[in-house]
Ligand binder design. Structure first.
Ligand code: MG
Length: 381
C-alpha cells in the first residue's frame, strides 16, 4: 500500500478573548490536519503545535521523503524520519539526497510533524483493515471515563470565579473536573481550590493543572495547602527545566499523586519520569509530538510500573489507546465548554459522544474522524 500523497492544513479559530494558563495565553483554537493517501484510502492525523507553518512545512517535506513507502510500515517510517534528526555518515550538505541532519532548534516542530504523519498512518491502517484502531490494538469498546478541563484565566478572573464554571461541568454530567491553577500567588491558589471544592460534590474528582508554575519549595507549600481538598492529581507541577529527581522529591513531600508527560516529545525522557517512580499518571500527547506509535510504547512501559495512562487532549485519538489498556487505561481529557477549544467541534463531525461522565466511541474504521471540509476551508490560515 504505497503512499501517494501527504498534505497538511493549518487551521485556526480565534477565541473571543485570550484565556491564560499560568504560563501562556491561548488566543485561538488551532490544529494542523494531516492527510496521507495510500491504496485509494486517506488517513487523517492531528497535530497541536506552533509555529504551525513550520510544522506544516515539515509534514510536506517528510511527505516527499516517504513518497512510495509502504503506508502499513509505520514503525519503519517513524524510524526513518526520526533518524533525520541525528548525524549519519556523509550526510553533511545533504550529500546523500535526504535532508541534512535536522537542526536542534527544529526538534519540537519535527517531532510534531512526525506525530501527525504517524497518526494518519494508524488511521489508514484501520481503514485498510476495516477496523477501529482500538480493535487493531486488541482493545474492546466501552465507555471511557473523562473529565472536563476549565478554570483558565480570563482578564477579569478572580479567586472565586472558576468555582461556578467547574460546577457547571458537573451539571452537564461530568464526574471529574480539572482546574487550571498556578496563575495567582500560592495562598490565593489554595483559596481558589477550596472555593472550587466547595462548589462541586464531594464525590466529583478534582484534578489540578499547574502548567509548570512552581519551583520545588513553592510546589510543596501549595501541595500541602490543597491536600485537604481531596485532589486526584497535580499535573505538570514543576518548572519546565526540573527533572525526574525533582519530581521524586516532590512526590516524597505530598500524598497527592503527580501527573506529567504532555511536554515530553519522545519516549526516552518519558522513560525516566516513569522509572523514577515519582509519577502516578502519564499524559503523553501523541498529537503534540511523536504520534500514536510513541504513545503505545510509553503506555506499555507505564503499565509495567503501575502508572495510569491519561493522555493529554484529543479524546477522539487517545480513547483508542485507553481502550487497549485494561489495567492502566484510566481516562481521557475533554473540554466541556466549547469556548476554550471550539475548532475540533467544528472540523470533526460526530467527534465523540459525551454521556454520563464518559465518552463513547463509534465503531468506525481508523480513528473515525469525519471531516467537515467546509469548516476546514473556513478556518484555514
Ligand atoms: Mg496540562
Amino acid at each position: 500500500m504505497k503512499i501517494t500523497a501527504v498534505r497538511a492544513h493549518a487551521l485556526s479559530y480565534p477565541l473571543d478573548q485570550a484565556l491564560w494558563t499560568a504560563h501562556e495565553a491561548l488566543k485561538d483554537s488551532s490544529l494542523i490536519l494531516v492527510e496521507v493517501e495510500a491504496g485509494g484510502l486517506t488517513g487523517y492525523g492531528i497535530i497541536h503545535g506552533a509555529p504551525m507553518k513550520a510544522i506544516a512545512d515539515w509534514v510536506v517535506r517528510f511527505g516527499e521523503i516517504i513518497d512510495g513507502d509502504d503506508a502499513l510500515a509505520h514503525e519503519i517510517i517513524w524510524n526513518k524520519l526520526f533518524m533525520l534528526t541525528v548525524p549519519r555518515p556523509r550526510a553533511m550538505f545533504g550529500a546523500d539526497g535526504l535532508v541534512p541532519p535536522i537542526a536542534r532548534s527544529a526538534r519540537a516542530q519535527v517531532m510534531a510533524a512526525i506525530g501527525g504523519i504517524d497518526i494518519a498512518l494508524w488511521d489508514l491502517k484501520g481503514k485498510a483493515a476495516k477496523m477501529p484502531v482500538y480493535k487493531l490494538l486488541g482493545g474492546q469498546n466501552r465507555p471511557v471515563f473523562t473529565y472536563s478541563t476549565g478554570g483558565y484565566y480570563p482578564r477579569d478572573a478572580t479567586v472565586h470565579s472558576a468555582a461556578e464554571e467547574m460546577a457547571a461541568f458537573v451539571a452537564m454530567g461530568y464526574r471529574a473536573v480539572k482546574l487550571k491553577t498556578g496563575g495567582f500567588s500560592v495562598e490565593e491558589e489554595i483559596e481558589r481550590v477550596a472555593a472550587v471544592r466547595a462548589a462541586i460534590p464531594r464525590d466529583t474528582l478534582l484534578m489540578l493543572d499547574l502548567n509548570a508554575a512552581y519551583g520545588l519549595n513553592d510546589c510543596i507549600r501549595f501541595a500541602r495547602g490543597v491536600e485537604p481538598y481531596d485532589i486526584t492529581w497535580l499535573e505538570e507541577p514543576l518548572h519546565w527545566y526540573l527533572q525526574p529527581d525533582d519530581y521524586v522529591q516532590l512526590a516524597a513531600a505530598t500524598r497527592i499523586p503527580l501527573s506529567h508527560g504532555e511536554r515530553e516529545i519522545h519516549r526516552f525522557t518519558v522513560r525516566d519520569f516513569i522509572e523514577c517512580g515519582a509519577i502516578k499518571y502519564l499524559q503523553f500527547d501523541s498529537t503534540r509530538a511523536a504520534g500514536f506509535t510513541e504513545s503505545i510504547k510509553v503506555a506499555q512501559l507505564a503499565e509495567q510500573h503501575g502508572v495510569y495512562v491519561v493522555p493529554h487532549h484529543s479524546p477522539e485519538i487517545h480513547a483508542h489507546l485507553v481502550l487497549a489498556l485494561p489495567d492502566v487505561g484510566y481516562c481521557v481529557e475533554s473540554h466541556g465548554s466549547a469556548v476554550r477549544d471550539p475548532l475540533p467541534h467544528h472540523v470533526f463531525r460526530d467527534r465523540v459522544t459525551f454521556r454520563d461522565g464518559h465518552i463513547h466511541l463509534a465503531d468506525t474504521p481508523g480513528f473515525g474522524l469525519n471531516i467537515d471540509w467546509q469548516a476546514v476551508e473556513r478556518y484555514r490560515v
